[in-house]
Write a protein that binds this ligand. Structure first.
Ligand SMILES: [Zn+2]
Length: 218
Protein backbone atom coordinates (compact mmCIF):
# COMPACT_ATOMS: atom_id res chain seq x y z
CA UNK A 1 0.00 0.00 0.00
CA UNK A 2 1.22 3.53 -0.77
CA UNK A 3 2.19 5.80 2.09
CA UNK A 4 -0.81 7.22 3.92
CA UNK A 5 1.14 10.34 4.89
CA UNK A 6 3.86 12.02 2.84
CA UNK A 7 5.99 15.15 3.22
CA UNK A 8 4.74 17.86 0.86
CA UNK A 9 5.95 21.43 0.55
CA UNK A 10 3.05 22.62 2.72
CA UNK A 11 3.74 20.01 5.43
CA UNK A 12 2.67 16.46 6.27
CA UNK A 13 -0.07 15.47 3.83
CA UNK A 14 -2.58 12.66 4.32
CA UNK A 15 -2.87 11.72 0.67
CA UNK A 16 -6.29 10.00 0.47
CA UNK A 17 -7.77 12.40 3.03
CA UNK A 18 -6.40 15.49 1.24
CA UNK A 19 -5.63 17.31 4.49
CA UNK A 20 -2.46 18.32 6.29
CA UNK A 21 -1.16 17.84 9.81
CA UNK A 22 0.52 20.90 11.41
CA UNK A 23 1.19 22.44 7.95
CA UNK A 24 3.64 25.32 7.75
CA UNK A 25 2.08 26.89 4.63
CA UNK A 26 -1.61 27.92 4.30
CA UNK A 27 -3.85 24.98 3.27
CA UNK A 28 -7.57 24.24 2.95
CA UNK A 29 -7.73 21.73 5.83
CA UNK A 30 -5.31 21.46 8.74
CA UNK A 31 -5.29 19.04 11.67
CA UNK A 32 -3.37 20.67 14.52
CA UNK A 33 -1.62 18.48 17.08
CA UNK A 34 -1.32 21.31 19.65
CA UNK A 35 -1.23 25.06 20.01
CA UNK A 36 2.51 25.73 20.19
CA UNK A 37 3.60 28.16 17.48
CA UNK A 38 5.85 25.65 15.72
CA UNK A 39 2.77 23.45 15.08
CA UNK A 40 -0.23 25.80 14.93
CA UNK A 41 0.07 28.47 12.28
CA UNK A 42 -2.34 31.09 11.04
CA UNK A 43 -3.81 31.21 7.54
CA UNK A 44 -5.51 27.84 7.06
CA UNK A 45 -9.12 27.78 5.84
CA UNK A 46 -10.32 25.07 8.29
CA UNK A 47 -8.82 23.69 11.47
CA UNK A 48 -9.41 20.46 13.39
CA UNK A 49 -7.96 20.01 16.86
CA UNK A 50 -8.62 18.17 20.11
CA UNK A 51 -11.41 19.73 22.15
CA UNK A 52 -9.34 20.48 25.29
CA UNK A 53 -6.98 22.63 23.18
CA UNK A 54 -9.60 24.57 21.22
CA UNK A 55 -9.61 27.63 23.49
CA UNK A 56 -5.82 27.75 23.52
CA UNK A 57 -5.74 27.62 19.73
CA UNK A 58 -8.32 30.40 19.46
CA UNK A 59 -6.47 32.56 21.95
CA UNK A 60 -3.37 32.30 19.79
CA UNK A 61 -4.87 32.43 16.29
CA UNK A 62 -8.01 34.52 16.84
CA UNK A 63 -11.26 33.84 15.00
CA UNK A 64 -10.71 30.73 12.89
CA UNK A 65 -12.94 28.06 11.36
CA UNK A 66 -12.33 25.39 13.97
CA UNK A 67 -13.78 21.96 14.64
CA UNK A 68 -12.99 20.67 18.14
CA UNK A 69 -12.97 16.89 18.39
CA UNK A 70 -13.17 15.09 21.76
CA UNK A 71 -10.35 12.63 22.39
CA UNK A 72 -11.16 9.21 20.96
CA UNK A 73 -14.14 10.28 18.85
CA UNK A 74 -13.92 9.14 15.23
CA UNK A 75 -14.81 11.17 12.17
CA UNK A 76 -14.42 10.21 8.52
CA UNK A 77 -13.04 12.60 5.94
CA UNK A 78 -12.63 11.50 2.31
CA UNK A 79 -12.77 7.88 3.50
CA UNK A 80 -10.02 8.30 6.13
CA UNK A 81 -11.07 7.66 9.73
CA UNK A 82 -9.55 10.32 11.97
CA UNK A 83 -9.38 10.29 15.76
CA UNK A 84 -7.28 12.27 18.22
CA UNK A 85 -5.57 10.76 21.27
CA UNK A 86 -3.75 12.43 24.18
CA UNK A 87 -0.06 13.16 23.61
CA UNK A 88 0.61 14.25 27.21
CA UNK A 89 2.59 17.33 26.11
CA UNK A 90 0.40 20.40 26.81
CA UNK A 91 -3.30 21.07 27.21
CA UNK A 92 -5.11 19.66 24.16
CA UNK A 93 -2.04 18.02 22.62
CA UNK A 94 -2.96 15.07 20.43
CA UNK A 95 -1.67 12.19 18.39
CA UNK A 96 -3.57 11.98 15.12
CA UNK A 97 -4.71 8.43 14.33
CA UNK A 98 -5.49 7.82 10.66
CA UNK A 99 -7.11 4.62 9.40
CA UNK A 100 -7.42 3.82 5.72
CA UNK A 101 -8.34 0.40 4.28
CA UNK A 102 -7.34 -1.39 7.50
CA UNK A 103 -3.97 0.35 7.83
CA UNK A 104 -3.34 2.67 10.77
CA UNK A 105 -0.84 5.53 10.90
CA UNK A 106 -0.33 7.83 13.85
CA UNK A 107 1.14 11.32 13.53
CA UNK A 108 2.15 13.18 16.66
CA UNK A 109 3.74 16.51 17.39
CA UNK A 110 5.60 16.76 20.67
CA UNK A 111 4.60 14.15 23.21
CA UNK A 112 5.51 13.30 26.79
CA UNK A 113 5.20 9.92 28.47
CA UNK A 114 5.27 11.09 32.12
CA UNK A 115 1.89 12.38 33.33
CA UNK A 116 2.18 15.77 35.08
CA UNK A 117 -1.37 16.79 35.95
CA UNK A 118 -1.60 19.64 33.42
CA UNK A 119 -3.22 17.67 30.59
CA UNK A 120 -4.56 14.24 29.67
CA UNK A 121 -1.76 11.66 29.98
CA UNK A 122 -0.14 10.11 26.90
CA UNK A 123 -2.17 7.27 25.43
CA UNK A 124 -0.33 4.50 23.55
CA UNK A 125 -2.00 3.92 20.18
CA UNK A 126 -1.35 0.74 18.21
CA UNK A 127 -0.40 1.52 14.62
CA UNK A 128 1.44 0.33 11.52
CA UNK A 129 3.48 3.53 11.22
CA UNK A 130 4.30 6.30 13.70
CA UNK A 131 5.48 9.77 12.73
CA UNK A 132 6.50 12.43 15.23
CA UNK A 133 7.74 15.97 14.81
CA UNK A 134 9.05 16.47 18.32
CA UNK A 135 11.49 19.21 19.31
CA UNK A 136 13.51 16.95 21.63
CA UNK A 137 12.57 13.62 20.04
CA UNK A 138 16.05 12.54 18.96
CA UNK A 139 17.56 9.69 21.02
CA UNK A 140 20.50 11.96 21.95
CA UNK A 141 18.20 13.71 24.45
CA UNK A 142 17.95 12.09 27.84
CA UNK A 143 15.91 13.61 30.64
CA UNK A 144 15.96 13.15 34.37
CA UNK A 145 12.75 11.92 35.97
CA UNK A 146 10.42 14.86 36.67
CA UNK A 147 10.47 14.12 40.39
CA UNK A 148 14.27 14.44 40.44
CA UNK A 149 14.15 17.78 38.58
CA UNK A 150 11.55 19.25 40.92
CA UNK A 151 13.36 17.91 43.97
CA UNK A 152 16.46 19.78 42.73
CA UNK A 153 14.43 22.98 42.34
CA UNK A 154 12.99 22.59 45.80
CA UNK A 155 16.44 22.09 47.32
CA UNK A 156 17.69 25.15 45.43
CA UNK A 157 14.81 27.18 46.84
CA UNK A 158 15.42 25.94 50.39
CA UNK A 159 19.15 26.64 50.22
CA UNK A 160 18.53 30.21 48.98
CA UNK A 161 15.89 30.74 51.65
CA UNK A 162 18.24 29.55 54.39
CA UNK A 163 20.97 31.89 53.14
CA UNK A 164 18.54 34.83 52.80
CA UNK A 165 19.01 35.14 49.08
CA UNK A 166 16.20 36.36 46.82
CA UNK A 167 15.18 33.89 44.12
CA UNK A 168 13.18 34.08 40.97
CA UNK A 169 11.82 31.41 38.65
CA UNK A 170 10.84 32.48 35.13
CA UNK A 171 8.65 29.97 33.33
CA UNK A 172 7.52 29.63 29.73
CA UNK A 173 3.77 29.75 29.95
CA UNK A 174 2.66 26.84 27.79
CA UNK A 175 5.54 24.46 27.98
CA UNK A 176 7.67 23.85 31.05
CA UNK A 177 5.69 26.65 32.68
CA UNK A 178 2.43 24.76 32.95
CA UNK A 179 4.17 21.76 34.43
CA UNK A 180 6.32 23.85 36.73
CA UNK A 181 3.41 25.91 38.00
CA UNK A 182 1.43 22.76 38.71
CA UNK A 183 4.38 21.35 40.68
CA UNK A 184 4.89 24.74 42.30
CA UNK A 185 1.25 24.70 43.45
CA UNK A 186 1.75 21.26 44.96
CA UNK A 187 4.95 22.47 46.56
CA UNK A 188 3.32 25.66 47.86
CA UNK A 189 0.55 23.66 49.50
CA UNK A 190 3.04 21.49 51.34
CA UNK A 191 5.80 24.04 52.02
CA UNK A 192 3.89 27.32 52.42
CA UNK A 193 5.60 29.02 49.48
CA UNK A 194 4.38 32.47 48.40
CA UNK A 195 1.78 32.78 45.71
CA UNK A 196 2.77 33.19 42.08
CA UNK A 197 3.93 36.75 41.41
CA UNK A 198 3.96 37.60 45.11
CA UNK A 199 6.98 38.44 47.25
CA UNK A 200 6.94 37.49 50.86
CA UNK A 201 7.56 40.43 53.17
CA UNK A 202 10.97 40.51 54.88
CA UNK A 203 9.35 41.10 58.27
CA UNK A 204 7.26 38.00 57.81
CA UNK A 205 9.98 35.73 56.56
CA UNK A 206 13.56 35.80 55.38
CA UNK A 207 12.44 33.73 52.43
CA UNK A 208 11.86 35.74 49.33
CA UNK A 209 10.64 34.18 46.15
CA UNK A 210 9.04 35.48 42.98
CA UNK A 211 7.55 33.24 40.32
CA UNK A 212 6.59 34.78 37.00
CA UNK A 213 5.52 33.39 33.69
CA UNK A 214 7.15 34.31 30.42
CA UNK A 215 4.68 35.42 27.75
CA UNK A 216 6.97 34.82 24.81
CA UNK A 217 5.30 32.80 22.06
CA UNK A 218 6.42 29.21 22.21
ZN1 LIG B 1 4.99 21.66 21.65
Amino acid sequence: MADLVVAAKEGLLCVPGDFYIDPWLPVERAVITHAHADHARAGHAHYLTAAPGAAVLRSRLGEISLEALPYGKKIIHNGVTISLHPAGHVLGSAQVRLEWHGEVWVVSGDYKLDPDGTCAPFEPVTCDAFITESTFGLPIYRWEAQQKIFDDIRHWWRRNAEEGRAQRAVLLRLRQGATSIERYRQCRRSHHLPRRGQRTQPDISRERCLVTTHSERE
